[in-house]
Design a protein around this ligand. Structure first.
Ligand code: HEM
Length: 244
């Protein structure tokens, strides 16, 4: 009968602690994926550096030469983004108590963050399955041995992809990233005062501008490539020899 004496408050308290940890993991996975996105957009901007050497091809080759690439992709990209998306949906639709105290939770920033999340999910399904898995045909697929040629072919397949899907996907991703980093600093107790939140806000606006410019540079550069000329072999079976 001793169990009957246990306080009724233990259940809600443990649940709250559970939510607290899950929220922290949500923030952490956002930071990990955000870090990947910053690198991804900077590397993509090298598409514009097509001169004597194909710089983008060199970068892609370096990534594909990494040992245990599949484990890095799952650990740093797919698992974090899956958890972040699923738990983000839970937070949005269950009206779960907000354990962090975000100022003005109903402001524009907060609403746009949720809208941009939905856009990113749709964009990523198209982007990843088209490029990596060739789900939408060879024209839209990416060949790491023919990086510049196949990304040019992808972007130039349709004006809708080039001037609608990508500008919206890039804008939503960069906004969500910058606003998410601003929120993360509050979540982890790094910016407590109004002043520090404002200063970190300026840095996050800078991050938005940097990533947005990189994304748009990549898009415009890929849209202007003479991709047929760049294809060493349209079937993608030829190895490209990278100058060391
Ligand atoms: C013009 C802008 C972009 C270009 C040119 C681009 C290009 C690419 C390419 C070529 C791949 C395949 C990489 C490979 O197989 O090695 C890829 C994968 C990926 N991209 Fe992008 N991307 C762009 C923007 C974005 C944005 C805005 C996001 C944010 C959601 C994003 C998220 C991803 C993810 C999650 C993958 C899969 C990661 C992997 O497994 O390698 N990309 N992208």
């Amino acid at each position: 009968m001793t169990t009957a004496l246990v306080s009724d408050r233990t259940a809600p308290l443990s649940l709250e602690r559970h939510h607290f940890l899950l929220r922290r993991l949500h923030s952490l996975t956002g930071i990990v994926f955000g870090g990947y996105l910053v690198v991804h957009l900077i590397v993509n901007a090298t598409i514009a550096q097509l001169g004597k050497n194909d710089v983008y091809q060199v970068q892609v080759q370096k990534i594909h030469d990494l040992p245990l690439l599949w484990a890095l992709e799952w650990g740093l990209i797919y698992l974090p983004i899956l958890y972040h998306t699923v738990y983000g949906i839970v937070i949005t639709f269950t009206g779960q108590p907000n354990l962090e105290r975000y100022p003005y939770p109903r402001n524009w920033g907060y609403t746009l963050q949720r809208i941009s999340a939905l856009i990113i999910v749709a964009f990523m399904i198209f982007h990843v399955f088209a490029l990596k898995y060739g789900w939408f045909g060879t024209t839209l697929s990416f060949d790491p041995h023919n990086a510049s040629g196949t990304i040019g072919r992808h972007m130039q397949a349709s004006w809708f992809i080039r001037w609608f899907i990508y500008p919206i996907g890039i804008t939503a991703s960069c906004y969500h990233l910058a606003y998410g980093f601003w929120q993360a600093a509050i979540t982890w107790g790094l910016t407590i005062s109004d002043g520090s939140q404002k200063r970190w806000g300026f840095a996050c606006v800078g991050l938005f501008i940097l990533t947005f410019v990189c994304g748009m540079v990549a898009l415009v550069a890929a849209s202007g490539l003479d991709w047929q000329k760049l294809m060493t072999n349209p079937t993608g079976t030829t190895e490209v020899h990278i100058p060391v």
